[in-house]
Design a protein. Structure first.
Lengths: 116, 109
């Protein structure tokens, strides 16, 4: 199983709403990532979890709150978003790097978020 | 930020060979990855290099020169389904991946 799943596929929310994006993988990967991708732009790294601990926060506004409940699940909690936060949110996972090898990321299909 | 540069767009003919270049400047380099992304879909992994030289995977090959901060992706025997965006991504220390803006490849009959 080399699949990363994300729910929901599409989400429309108002600026006062609270919602959550979910991501799941069963490949035994211990690194999990959130990316934001605007149209015709590359994915931008937001957060990285390593062994269920937050290891990287790329100066993301606090209205985005990540959570890693266990080694298979990754959530992104959303609150008081702005219209400019509308984008495709991608989750990815990978094995942790070893001395000999670096590992590729597997991406989920993404959640297309629209903030109204 | 990261300085990762790729050509914006390229056009090639079905059956031909195309080379997509990527240059980068970064510290803590831990590998360079190539991904394919079709419009509206997630990126899928193609190839990676962490040491200098050529890595071959079927119709796709990737080359890296760390001293020059340069990589390329070579696609052989182009097919129409290869029309997509190709992203190079640099991995830095601690699982930090940064993507170039992508090269949109148009394959024509």
């Amino acid at each position: 199983d080399t699949e990363v799943t994300q729910t929901p596929k599409h989400l429309v929310m108002g600026m006062t709403n609270k919602k959550s994006l979910k991501c799941e993988q069963h490949m035994g990967h211990r690194a999990m990532y959130w990316y934001k991708q605007k149209a015709k732009k590359p994915p931008e790294l937001m957060f990285v979890y390593s062994y269920e601990k937050l290891s990287i926060n790329e100066s993301v506004p606090s209205r985005f709150s990540p959570e890693c409940p266990n080694s298979s699940l990754l959530n992104l909690h959303l609150h008081a978003l702005q219209p400019e936060d509308s984008a495709l949110y991608l989750c990815a996972s990978s094995q942790e790097k070893t001395r000999q090898k670096s590992y590729e990321q597997y991406f989920g299909p993404g959640t297309r978020l629209t903030v109204t | 930020g990261q300085n990762i540069d790729q050509p914006t767009e390229m056009t090639a003919t079905e059956g031909a060979i195309v080379q997509i270049n990527c240059t980068y400047q970064t510290s803590g380099f831990n590998g360079l990855f190539w991904y394919q992304q079709h419009a509206g879909e997630a990126p899928t992994f193609l190839s990676y290099n962490v040491l200098d030289g050529l890595e071959e995977k079927g119709r796709f090959s990737s080359f890296l020169s760390r001293s020059k901060g340069y990589s390329y992706l070579l696609l052989k025997e182009l097919q129409m389904k290869d029309s997509a965006s190709y992203l190079c991504a640099v991995r830095r220390n601690f699982n930090k991946f940064y993507f170039g803006s992508g090269t949109k490849l148009n394959v024509k009959p």
